[in-house]
Every structure is written in structure tokens, then in C-alpha cells.
Design a protein around this ligand. Structure first.
Ligand code: AHR
Length: 861
């Protein structure tokens, strides 16, 4: 009875509180100049318009997404007003110089629609204002042009089309910004009168965000405290062998991007750095004065000069070449590879170079591989050169094992000669392919048994500015005719590893090729050739751009005899079609009108001309927010078959979002989780991150009817050359170092299924914290009939598990068990394999912090 009265008291006090809430209050909208204006739109509220309480504070309800990270993405002097359409409209100034204004709208001030940045001014746009005219249903936009101190304005009905800008009288400005005293200091902004429910929603939004931040911050370093009272656990896993659903058989794939020197100097087996003399200052945005055509090359000895020329190159796509002017024979042009050339004793190397004699005697050159001590490891020489470019090919055999050899090219006569495309490849590439891949790296990737390979990125796909968009046609055919380009990660791409090689590798390892192509817009964080996505490919050039994408399908799949691009593929050495089925359009783009127009054009053309291809759209860089919402809305509108989701989050996020896809509508687009990884502070790839991923991957399998593909990102990273961590596989010139996270990907890749088998885990605990740390998934591979049980234990104690199978059928009683375990901070861990006795009912122990996989093989009679 006592309890009942206290409950009544509590309810009545709640009711009173509720009843005493005001109908309306003051709401102050503003931005601060903290963090150079990057913090977005803030709110504060007040009962009397004098005493203000900040909501957050510094909580950004919407942030600017204009231009590059760092210097851009600023929101200055926002102006917020309500339009006749019932929406709140915000405009703001982007920076001190931009002739554009930014606009975004929201119904509730929490969920914001796509942003736009129309170019409306000849000068800059400072202190923008909006006035809504109820009669004309028009918005009048005005701003100050700080250069000539003039007030300028234009009108719009919809924030999509604008009248030409014109001068405005100062008196036509509202000038209604106010400066108020907030707890953290004075701020200037707009005061509005709003319903209390509006403020309540804003407060709850911050509260909910903070709640999730706390949950997502969950770390194993806190486990001693978090699980201080944890008792030994005995759990049950009931596998309903007869109940299953079909899931994607492409779930685990890999994401290849030329980031962290993954291609040149990495997977691409070329041993000569800057073989084409095409390094240029702009590759590194001018930040490295030595990053020029002669980079990695030097002249050793005397009697010659080494210069770079561009007159009559081998191909206009490859304009720079080396010129050696020799007055006295003796000097040699030296390249030390990617900080040393690795050679193996007795192995053969393909050396090639283009040369021509510009003047003087044509004595040719000697070519040597030399050790650090000057010893000659292999040597050959050309004959005399003619005055036209000619390609020379040799095979060199190394007489020693070295990791720091150099290549030396020595003119054998006085005179002036030109050299270009100086290349050295091991013959021992992956599957012995010419212009091939580094064997050890390609094998480690192949070991994952990836069902697909995404390429060429990530951000590399859409590039830093329009000129940097990756164009597949520049990446096929003879190497000297390919068009090298700046890599968005600030180095150089020879494109020797191009579409031709990516498709070949996919074929070699039985993975579906998944090219991802820019949606006619560059990366929203671009800073080259205009900020961000401004502009996109001009619409007058879009027909050709769309045609290039259609041509890709023809190049990959067209008949070698009857189609133009099929013929080209055959000429390039691959008469058989590659059987392309999936094409990604766009990479985590900002979803704007500019994007939508171009994406729609590409999507419709693909649907019409190639309905057999599954087009994968894009829904932004995060698991929520404007691009996610707008991307999904667009995909639903166009009925895009699949969308590419990206999220890099804390292990705690993965632990606390295991139901993420359980809630997905099965009638909408399928999901390609194209980029994901668990990120801890310091960005290690360790057991903690790997187990968070393994745990989450059980949910991907469970939701394999809606999640069709997933790829950890990024995949490769060359030690000492990383732009992004963590990665899945680290390497240097001679070693490959798979991470703990790699082992998880490999176990999933090698143990995939196409049927998800119903399985129920019963844990004798009601503690959510405990329940979220154990996850299981059971799949069946219909090709082999094998049943695969995956179990993740992220608890600090081992867990006894009793596995029950409804029907054991013709499964072998001896099963292979693989266990990956160690300390949460353990890096480069390897799983241990043993055999266990199973049966319809069998016990198993899951060590603390472990991933256990049991493969029950079907007995074939
Ligand atoms: O995976 C690294 C980068 O992360 C990708 O290039 C980009 O798409 C994402 O932001």
C-alpha cells in the first residue's frame, strides 16, 4: 500500500511539473566563433527573454558541410526564420570570401534537410537575413557585401531558384539580430517565440545524444569496474536446425582504395618509384618542394647531366621524361625504388624502359641492379638507340637476397639520350601475371575468400575536385598511355594498377568486381578547383560522363568481336567477358540537388541500358544525419536496388547497435555496408576492435536478407606511409602484417553461408551490459552442407556454453574449432585451431575476450 501511495505521489508530482510547463518561451538561435565557427547552429531558451539557458551548450543542431575539412565547414552569422511552408529556414555565411550563401530547412530544428550553397553574389555574403512575405509567399534574402559595404539581395520561393541579385536599401533590412547574455558569455543571434514543446524536443535531443555518447564510450579498460560483480555464466545456445532463412552469399568482401600507398609501392608490384617521371608538386598540394619529376632519381658519378623534358614524349598522357647529357662516360641515373628494392636470389625480374637518342653517339646504356655496397646483383645492356622512342625489355636474375638494392642506368657513350617508363617487376607476381600484383599481399587478401572487391576507393573514386575524379578509361591499355594523376591522399597514382588489373585480380580469386564511380560530383571535402561539391560535372558534359559509365559495362561484359569496348578489352589481353554485375555510383556524397540531378541521370541511364546491373547508391558518410536520411529518401524514390552505408564508430557503438539492421524495412533498397571499422582512441587494430567487429558481424549475418555485402575499410597500409589508421593489413617492402581484425574478416570470409539458421541464446542475466557482450550467429553453407557456429564473448570472464542442435543429421561429430583470443589490446593475434567432439548436445567454453568458430562438416556419403 505504501508503495502504491508513493507511486501516486510521484505521478502527481510529474503531472504537476507537466501542467506547470509554459505554453511558449523564447528561443535564441546563434552560432559562436569558437573553433573558427565550425560548431554549427546553437540554441538557448528563456522564460522572460532576459535569463537564458543554453541548450547543450555548443551543441550543433546543424553544421555547415561546405568545402574542405579544417579551413571550411564554417557557419557564420546564421539567420533563422519560419516560412509560410511551416519550415524553419536557416541561412548563413560560409566564410569571409565566398559569393555563396548556405541554406538548410527543418520542420523541427532537429532533423535538417539537405544543404545548398547557391552562388548569389558578386562579392561575399556577410550577415545574411531572410524575410518571408506572406502575400507573395516569397523569401527575400539580403546580405552585406563587405568589400563595398553594399547591401545586396535576391528573392526565392523555394531556395532552389533565385532572382538575380540587386541592391537593397539598408532600411529594407530587418536588422533584428540581438545580443544576449548567455551563461558562457554574450552572443548575437535571433530571438523567437516558440511553443514549449519545441524547446522540450531540443532539450531531449541533447539528452538523448549524451545518453548514446555515454553508452558508445564503453571500453574494455573499464571492464574491471563495469563487471565487478559478474558471476560465472553458463549459457545455452539452441540451434533450430530446421528453421532458416536465405541470406546473401556475398556478405564478406574487401574494400581496396589507393590510400596509405596501397597501390604504387604496395599491391602493385612495380619496384621503381616514379618510373614515369610524372611526380609533380600538385600531387602533394605544393607542400613538398622535392616532389617533382626527378623525385626518386639521382645522378651518381660525373660526366653527365640529368634534366627533365616534355618535348615529343612517348604519349601525351605521360609528358615528362629524363634526359641524360653525357660528355664523359661514367655517371649513372639511379633509382632506389620505394626506399629500397627487394630482390631475391635466383629470382627473375622484368626490366623495361623506353629510350631514344636525342644527339651524339648511340651507344645505349648498361642497366644494373646494385647492392648498398656497390656490388652488382644483375646486369644487362641495350644496343644503340635510334631517334624514335623504342621499348627495351630484359630479364635480370638477382644473385643475392637484398632489401635495399638500387637500379642504375649508365650511358655507354657520350651524347644526349632520353629515357622514360623505366620499370622493374618481379616475375614472381600473384599468379605470375605481367604488370601484376605483389604476391604475398595479393595472397593474404585472397585468403579472406572475399566474395567481392570494391575499387578504386573511397574518396579516390570521387576525387579532390572535378579534375581529380577517377576516370576508368585512363586506367586501361598500355602503361605509357595511361594518365597518371594526383591521389586525393596526397601522393601520385601511376594507374598501372588500373581497372584492367582490378578486374583480372577479381577473376583470379573468384570475387565479384565492384567498381565505385563518382556520381558526377567530386568529394564534398574537396578543396581543389572550387570548394567541395560546388558545381559537379557541368550538365553539358554529363551525357559523355554517363556514356563513360555505360561504356564500362560494355568493356567488362561486351562481346569481344561485336562491341567496341569488348574489342578493346580483348586487345588489352582479355577476350572473355569479366561478368560485371555490380556498379557503385557515388561515395558517401553530400546529398544535394547537384548530386541528385547527376545521380538520377546516371541511375536512369543504367537502368534503361543495363537493367542486368545492380546499381548501388550512396547514403552519406554516417549511420544517421542529413545525408543518410536524404540518401535513403532518394534511393526509395528511385527504387535504387542497393545503397552503400559507411560508418567508423567506437567499439561501444558496435556493441550497443546490434539491432541496427533488425529494424530495417525489407521492402526498401538492400544494404552494402561499404566501409566500417571500430575505432578506439589512438586508432589501434587490436582484439577489442576486432571483437566489436566480430560481434557486429553476427548481426550482419542475422540480417543477411537485407545486408547484401560488407567490407571493412581501409584494407591496406604501408608502414610509415599511412594517411588513415586503423587498417586491416599493414606491410612494408618485404613483410606483410595482418592485424587481429584481419583474422576476423578471414574467419567470416572463409566460413560464410547462404542460410541463416535460427538460434537462440539464453543467458542467465537480466543485465543489458552483460547481454550485449555475447553474440552468436549460425549459418549453413548449402554448397557443402556444413553448419557454421560463430560465438563472440566480449566479457572479461570465460563463459560456458551448452550447444543444442534440434537435428544433428549427418553432421560429423568431430568439428574444427577456431579460437581468436588474448588481451583486449592484443595486436596481430592469430587464431588457434583444434578439433572438438560435438553431437546433438555439446558443451564448449568461450574464453574471456574471444571469438570462437565451430564448423560442423556434413558427412558426404
Ligand atoms: O576508408 C578511408 C576513407 O573513409 C574513404 O576514402 C572514404 O570513403 C571514407 O571517408
Amino acid at each position: 500500500m505504501k508503495k502504491f501511495f508513493s507511486l501516486l505521489l510521484l505521478l502527481s508530482s510529474c503531472f504537476q511539473l507537466f501542467a506547470n510547463e509554459p505554453d511558449s518561451v523564447y528561443l535564441f538561435s546563434y552560432a559562436t566563433t569558437k573553433n573558427a565557427g565550425h560548431n554549427g547552429l546553437h540554441f538557448a531558451w528563456s522564460m522572460d527573454g532576459k535569463n537564458w539557458k543554453a541548450i547543450g551548450p555548443e551543441f550543433g543542431f546543424v553544421s555547415s558541410d561546405f568545402g574542405a575539412w579544417g579551413s571550411q565547414k564554417r557557419m557564420l552569422t546564421p539567420y533563422l526564420t519560419k516560412g509560410g511552408d511551416g519550415l524553419w529556414h536557416a541561412v548563413w555565411s560560409l566564410n569571409e570570401t565566398e559569393p555563396s550563401i548556405a541554406h538548410a530547412a527543418s520542420a523541427d530544428l532537429v532533423h535538417w534537410k539537405r544543404q545548398s550553397y547557391p552562388v548569389v553574389s558578386k562579392g561575399n555574403c556577410v550577415n545574411p537575413e531572410i524575410r518571408f512575405d506572406g502575400n507573395s509567399q516569397q523569401f527575400a534574402l539580403t546580405w552585406e557585401n563587405s568589400a563595398d559595404k553594399k547591401i545586396v539581395g535576391c528573392e526565392t520561393n523555394d531556395f532552389k531558384t533565385y532572382t538575380p541579385s540587386h541592391s537593397i536599401n539598408m532600411t529594407d533590412r530587418k536588422n533584428d539580430r540581438q545580443t544576449v547574455e548567455l551563461p558562457e558569455g554574450t552572443s548575437t543571434g535571433l530571438v523567437h517565440r516558440v511553443a514549449w514543446s519545441q524547446v522540450s524536443l531540443l532539450l531531449k535531443t541533447v539528452e538523448s545524444k549524451r545518453y548514446w555518447e555515454t553508452l558508445n564510450a564503453e571500453r574494455t579498460t573499464d571492464d574491471a569496474v563495469r563487471f565487478a560483480n559478474l558471476r560465472p555464466l553458463e549459457v545455452g545456445l539452441h540451434i533450430q536446425t530446421g528453421s532458416s532463412k536465405s541470406i546473401s552469399d556475398l556478405l564478406t568482401g574487401v574494400f581496396f582504395e589507393d590510400i596509405n600507398y596501397s597501390a604504387d609501392g604496395g599491391l602493385y608490384a612495380e619496384l621503381i618509384e616514379n618510373r614515369d617521371f610524372e611526380y609533380t608538386l600538385s600531387d602533394k598540394d605544393g607542400r613538398d618542394k622535392k616532389w617533382i619529376s626527378s623525385h626518386s632519381w639521382s645522378l651518381e658519378g660525373s660526366g653527365s647531366t640529368f634534366t627533365i623534358d616534355t618535348v615529343s614524349p612517348i604519349h601525351s598522357n605521360n609528358p615528362h621524361f629524363a634526359v641524360l647529357n653525357t660528355t664523359q662516360v661514367g655517371a649513372g641515373l639511379v633509382n632506389s625504388g620505394w626506399e629500397g628494392i627487394v630482390l631475391k636470389k635466383g629470382e627473375k625480374y622484368d626490366l623495361s624502359l623506353f629510350a631514344k637518342q636525342l644527339s651524339g653517339k648511340s651507344g645505349g646504356v648498361s642497366v644494373s641492379l646494385i647492392g648498398k655496397d656497390g656490388s652488382v646483383l644483375a646486369q644487362t645492356s641495350t644496343g644503340g638507340f635510334s631517334q624514335a622512342w623504342k621499348k627495351w625489355n630484359f630479364v635480370l636474375t638477382s644473385n643475392a637476397d637484398v632489401t635495399d638494392a638500387k637500379l642504375r642506368i649508365k650511358p655507354l657513350a657520350t651524347g644526349v639520350l632520353a629515357l622514360d617508363m623505366i620499370s622493374l617487376f618481379p616475375q614472381n607476381t600473384f599468379m605470375g601475371r605481367k604488370n601484376g600484383l605483389r604476391k604475398d599481399l595479393a595472397e593474404v587478401i585472397a585468403d579472406i575468400h572475399p566474395k567481392f572487391i570494391r575499387f578504386p576507393g573511397g574518396c579516390v573514386s570521387h576525387g579532390d575536385g572535378l579534375d581529380n575524379i577517377y576516370r576508368w578509361k585512363n586506367t586501361i591499355g598500355p602503361l605509357e598511355a595511361r594518365k597518371p594523376m594526383r591521389n586525393i591522399w596526397n601522393y601520385h597514382q601511376t594507374l598501372g594498377l588500373g581497372y584492367q588489373e582490378f578486374f583480372q585480380y577479381c577473376e583470379d580469386i573468384g570475387a565479384q568486381p565492384l567498381p565505385v564511380i563518382a556520381a558526377g560530383v567530386p568529394c564534398q571535402n574537396s578543396h581543389n578547383g572550387g570548394p567541395g561539391q560546388q558545381g559537379g560535372i557541368p550538365m553539358c558534359d554529363m551525357n559523355q560522363y554517363v556514356q563513360d559509365i555505360l561504356d564500362l559495362v560494355e568493356w567488362a561484359n561486351g562481346d569481344a568481336k561485336t562491341t567496341k569496348w569488348g574489342k578493346i578489352r580483348a586487345q588489352n589481353g582479355h577476350p572473355k567477358p569479366f561478368n560485371l554485375k555490380y556498379v557503385g555510383i557515388g561515395n558517401e556524397d553530400l546529398i544535394t540537388d547537384i548530386f541528385e540531378e547527376r545521380f538520377t541521370m546516371i541511375f536512369k541511364a543504367m537502368k534503361e541500358k543495363h537493367p542486368e546491373i545492380t546499381v548501388i547508391g550512396t547514403v552519406g558518410p554516417f549511420y544517421e544525419g542529413t545525408d543518410y536520411d536524404e540518401g535513403w529518401a532518394l534511393a526509395s524514390k528511385l527504387q535504387v536496388p542497393m545503397v552503400d552505408e559507411h560508418y567508423y564508430e567506437s567499439p561501444g557503438w558496435f556493441i550497443n547497435h546490434q539491432d541496427f539492421y533488425d529494424k530495417y524495412d525489407r521492402t526498401k533498397s538492400k544494404v552494402y555496408l561499404g566501409e566500417y571499422a571500430a575505432h578506439l582512441p589512438g586508432r589501434p587494430n587490436n582484439l577489442e576492435t576486432a571483437l566489436a567487429e566480430a560481434l557486429y558481424m553476427t548481426t550482419l549475418e542475422r540480417n543477411g536478407d537485407v545486408v547484401s555485402m560488407a567490407s571493412y575499410a581501409p584494407m591496406l597500409a604501408k608502414e610509415g606511409n599511412t594517411q588513415w589508421t586503423p587498417d586491416m593489413i599493414y606491410f612494408n617492402n618485404s613483410e606483410v602484417k595482418p592485424t587481429t581484425g584481419y583474422q576476423v574478416q578471414k574467419l567470416y570470409g572463409q566460413n560464410s553461408g547462404d542460410q541463416y539458421v535460427t538460434n537462440n541464446l539464453s543467458v542467465p542475466s537480466s543485465d543489458e551490459k552483460v547481454l550485449k557482450r555475447i553474440a552468436t550467429s549460425v549459418v549453413r553453407d548449402s554448397k557443402t552442407g556444413d553448419l557454421i557456429v560463430k560465438m563472440v564473448n566480449l566479457l572479461p570472464i570465460s563463459v560456458k556454453i551448452q550447444v543444442t542442435l534440434d537435428a544433428f543429421g549427418n553432421l560429423a561429430a568431430q568439428a574444427e574449432r577456431t579460437v581468436l583470443t588474448g588481451k583486449p589490446d592484443g595486436r596481430n593475434l592469430k587464431p588457434v585451431v583444434d578439433n572438438i567432439v560435438t553431437g546433438p548436445n555439446f558443451p564448449c567454453e568461450l574464453p574471456a575476450y574471444s571469438f570462437t568458430l565451430i564448423r560442423l562438416k556434413q558427412i558426404v556419403n
